[in-house]
Design a protein around this ligand. Structure first.
Ligand SMILES: NC(=O)c1ccc[n+]([C@@H]2O[C@H](COP(=O)([O-])OP(=O)(O)OC[C@H]3O[C@@H](n4cnc5c(N)ncnc54)[C@H](OP(=O)(O)O)[C@@H]3O)[C@@H](O)[C@H]2O)c1
Length: 301
């Protein structure tokens, strides 16, 4: 089968379309013929070597964690899916014509949703939901700031925190304000405008998808004992003020993934796709997405 292969750490020019053996379907796994693979920041963080210290990769490496497609083979003991089912999954080795993964990684694609639309959902949607529901454990009466709110994870965090009844503040860049107004948050704050930062109310929680100096700037607004849940590793926690810092690594969750896909289908959660490129153009696709300022990019396989 064709796949995108990386043989050493480096820039996106190291991604090569290569012929490799099809993966074998293990017990409790399904094999899926991939229709589309969504790109995520983890793809270039792994490729570049930025994550070498705590997430080293084995070469030859096939990137990609988000795919959609149709089931072509069932492993021993699989009863939850059947051949030809349309599925989306949070997997490994996704930039390829075929992917195998345990059934817990997969969920059915809602009727009427295209395979391409489904491919950008898994990691971002699971991460946004798990930050809100598991790491921060947001409650109904709370005031919650989501940083990077028009990003893919941020959008889902806004959706999930609103669904819990929280008062949600969408934290974005000034030039993203118009897009952020469409999220239905209680308030939009441009985090790069000092006067707007100063206007933030006291926060019970921050759900962070940006990190660094942006997160540092809002910490003073979190109430004593408040929670900071970050997608970018353990955030700085001020022990004297009892701030609770929670880093998080996204895990597979078939049931929640199915619900989030239904929310996208119903238009309650939007994950816009900016660009669709063929698998062979994975290098250009990563270059484009890595530069930022763009919504989801996917590879048509
Ligand atoms: N821990 C985990 O398991 C896990 C899982 C998934 C994702 N993540 C991480 O979560 C982060 C977000 O992922 P994503 O898929 O949502 O990426 P994304 O779609 O690119 O979203 C990031 C958003 O943050 C915005 N942003 C960046 N710097 C900002 C700043 N200083 N102020 C305000 N907004 C800023 C970006 O705007 P621009 O596009 O204009 O830069 C973009 O809208 C990534 O770092 C990713 O690696 C972690």
């Amino acid at each position: 089968m064709k796949a995108i292969v990386l043989n050493e750490y480096g820039d996106s020019s190291h991604l090569r379309l290569t012929e490799i053996p099809e993966p074998k379907t293990g017990d409790g796994e399904i094999k899926v013929k991939v229709a589309a693979a969504g790109l995520n920041p983890i793809d270039w963080k792994l490729r570049s070597g930025d994550y070498k210290a705590f997430m080293p990769i084995q070469f030859p490496f096939v990137p990609g964690v988000d795919v959609s497609g149709q089931v072509v083979e069932l492993g021993q003991g699989v009863t939850q899916f059947k051949v030809d089912d349309r599925v989306l999954g949070f997997v490994k080795r996704g930039y390829a014509e075929f992917v195998t993964a345990p059934i817990g990684a997969w969920a059915p694609i809602p009727k009427g949703m295209s395979l391409e639309d489904a491919a950008v959902i898994p990691l971002a949607a699971l991460t946004g939901a798990q930050l809100v529901e598991e790491a921060a454990n947001v409650q109904g009466e709370q005031t919650v700031l989501v940083t990077g709110a028009v990003g893919a994870v941020g959008r889902t965090a806004v959706y999930a925190a609103k669904a819990r009844g929280a008062r949600v503040i969408a934290g974005v860049r000034q030039q993203q304000r118009a897009e952020a107004e469409k999220l239905g948050a209680s308030m939009v704050v441009a985090l790069d405008v000092d006067a707007e930062l100063a206007s933030l109310p006291t926060l019970d929680a921050v759900v962070d998808t940006v990190g660094g100096s942006t997160l540092a700037k809002v910490l003073g607004k979190v109430r004593n004992g408040g929670v900071i849940a970050s997608a970018l590793g353990p955030p700085p926690a001020d022990k004297e003020r009892g701030l609770i810092g929670k880093g998080m690594l996204t895990h597979t969750d078939s049931k929640r993934l199915a619900e989030l896909a239904k929310a996208v289908k119903a238009g309650k959660l939007r994950l816009p796709i900016a660009k669709r490129l063929p698998l062979a153009e994975a290098a250009s696709a990563q270059r484009l997405a890595e530069a930022g300022g763009i919504s989801k990019v996917l590879l048509k396989v």
